[in-house]
Design a protein. Structure first.
Length: 217
């Protein structure tokens, strides 16, 4: 369950209309970029994908963890990751956030998670068009419903394809409270209002730098 108190949140989101700063040409280029580099990524990382799959085959549970998220235009899709947790992580049916799920990490899963290698299967999501390399991180309907009780601005997120990385991920990290979820939404809306191909490149560069420098987010 989310750990928050509504009364603690004293900085409501700005009441603004939000519009996509990317025009049709930039969106087309962004999609071509996603297709080309997701294919290149799947080829380059195929040895790692194979090695990790073999290791996970010999552990209890599936190799790939899949979960329904809400994406572009509010449509649900299945997001793919290497499984990092025990299979009983959400046996009670209650969705959990990052900090709560960490208690269920397997030893190999902790290694994958700490280096963000569990996200590699999302290259397939990008190739399919479910996601982009840069965009708001996709959320589960359970948590979207809770966010919508605080603000009606989440609907603007549906104007964008979800991303493997985002401006909010770099500067806000993983979310484990409603405060951080609302702060992430502000970052995502700022990205929507100002996004460009150049900004996407900067976010990708900062993400790669953060991963290789060992930054936790």
């Amino acid at each position: 369950m989310l750990n928050y108190n509504i009364n603690r949140y004293s900085a409501p989101l700005r009441k603004l209309e939000h519009y996509d700063a990317m025009d049709g040409f930039q969106l087309a280029v962004k999609r071509v970029f996603d297709i080309i580099f997701s294919i290149i990524g799947l080829i380059l990382f195929s040895p790692l994908l194979l090695i990790f799959s073999v290791i996970l085959v010999f552990s209890k549970g599936p190799v790939i963890f899949k979960q329904e998220r809400i994406g572009y235009r509010g449509k649900p899709f299945m997001i793919y990751k290497f499984r990092t947790m025990r299979t009983d992580a959400e046996d009670d049916g209650i969705p959990r956030l990052e900090v709560e799920r960490n208690r269920y990490l397997t030893p190999f899963g902790r290694f994958l998670r700490s280096h963000h290698l569990d996200e590699l299967p999302q290259l397939w999501n990008v190739l399919r068009g479910d996601m982009s390399f840069v965009g708001p991180r996709p959320e589960r309907q359970y948590f979207i419903d809770q966010i919508n009780r605080e603000t009606d601005d989440y609907r603007y997120i549906y104007l964008m394809r979800p991303g493997v990385t985002s401006y909010a991920t770099i500067y806000n990290g993983y979310t484990d409270t409603m405060d951080k979820m609302l702060k992430r939404l502000e970052y995502d809306l700022d990205y929507l209002d100002n996004r460009s191909l150049l900004l996407d490149l900067k976010i990708i560069f900062n993400t790669v730098f953060s991963v290789f420098s060992g930054k936790k987010f």
